[in-house]
Design a binder for this molecule. Structure first.
Ligand code: F6R
Length: 240
């Protein structure tokens, strides 16, 4: 795993955007694996700024997202489909038809997981962007998820519900279940870029980088990926 320690959140976001933009500029037909959450917001802002300033085109770019809450409609401000539109897609010339995410409202979970598995087979990712859960999760693959997993529905860990409650009016409104891409599929991306910032990620960063590769720390699997870059800010790097 290649490690870059940035001074702060903005430097981390800038360095991350540089890697993402290299992929887009080298291949206008690239498939990008994308993440939601607070971590990638700065990187997405840099992508939009670059599009406005340099005209980098996303007309033929395709995207697949990691995960989506179960039971939130597309119009809900905390749904990840809404998040992606608001924080990235609306600022680019991307065709909404070329963007993909699990359908959190799907009635048949098994069918929806099979649809996404099939989609991921058809769209091998040139790069997969990841954030890191404070409990070591990647996407919503919580501790204990088998490394061989495909798309599945997960019951969120209590710590994840607490971490994400900041974005809802009340913790009782945080969905307890989500669809998530599996660890096997994350590992299939040609290149992985994982970002982490803030002191509350320091322990998970240390376990991911220096700990043993174990399903109890899902992110530790990234030690086995041939082309994975981790960019952390100073606070998240504190235990390294
Ligand atoms: C989001 C995702 C999650 C987040 C992680 C960190 O699509 O898959 O794994 O990346 O929970 O969240 P933030 O960035 O909000 O700290």
């Amino acid at each position: 795993m290649k490690l870059i320690i940035a001074e702060n959140y903005d430097e981390m976001s800038r360095a991350g955007a540089k890697i993402m933009l290299e992929v887009v500029k080298n291949n206008p037909y690239a498939v990008l694996g994308l993440a939601t959450g607070t971590t990638p917001l700065g990187l997405y802002a840099h992508m939009i700024a670059d599009h406005e300033k340099h005209g980098t085109s996303y007309a033929h770019i395709r995207t697949v997202n990691l995960d989506e809450y179960k039971g939130l409609p597309k119009t809900h401000e905390q749904s990840y489909v809404y998040f992606m539109r608001k924080n990235l897609f609306d600022g680019l010339d991307i065709d909404p038809e070329n963007t993909n995410i699990e359908n959190g409202m799907a009635e048949n979970e098994t069918k929806e997981c099979a649809r996404y598995d099939e989609l991921l087979e058809r769209l091998p990712r040139d790069i997969q962007l990841l954030g890191l859960g404070s409990n070591g999760h990647i996407a919503f693959n919580e501790p204990g998820t088998p490394f061989g997993s495909g798309t599945h529905v997960v019951t969120l860990a209590e710590s994840t519900v607490k971490d994400n409650a900041r974005l809802f009016d009340d913790i009782s409104e945080v969905p307890r279940k989500a669809f998530t891409m599996g660890i096997r599929q994350i590992m299939q991306a040609k290149k992985i870029l994982i970002l982490a910032s803030g002191a509350n990620k320091a322990e998970a960063v240390c376990k991911m980088v220096k700990g043993k590769v174990t399903e109890s720390v899902p992110a530790s699997v990234l030690q086995l990926h041939p082309d994975c870059t981790l960019i952390v800010d100073r606070a998240a790097a504190a235990n390294l």
